[in-house]
Design a binder for this molecule. Sequence first.
Ligand code: 5GP
Ligand code: ZN
Length: 113
Amino acid sequence: MADCLFCKIINGEIPSTKIYEDEYVYAFADIEPQAPFHGIFVPKKHIDSPAFIDGENSIYVAKIYEAIAKVAKTEKLDKGFRVVANCGEEGGQTVGHLHFHLLARRYLQWPPG
Ligand code: 5GP
Ligand code: ZN
């Protein structure tokens, strides 16, 4: 999608600090980290939000969770971590390309604010 921030990050138009990449997934460091480790995992295909996951594109979500497990292992996030996908205005989504936050290396409160 031409005017999408994360599509521009995926194609290199906007620079990012790469954490992980494969055929389906790109992951990079969040520009405004909310934890000592804060990665953003995005599908290489533009999907607007979690509300638009369906039988045609859910392979990307499976591949993202596989990537998260791999990164958690290589980054030794043995004490735990949190995966968050914000959706829509009330869900706190600010970028309209499906993404999963991987937060770690501090105690994370529950329930979230
Ligand atoms: P959301 O609020 O939509 O769940 O998450 C969007 C995330 O993208 C935020 O945590 C924000 O800090 C991050 N972000 C926004 N713009 C950029 C950018 O240009 N580069 C990087 N690396 N992260 C960004
Ligand atoms: Zn996009």
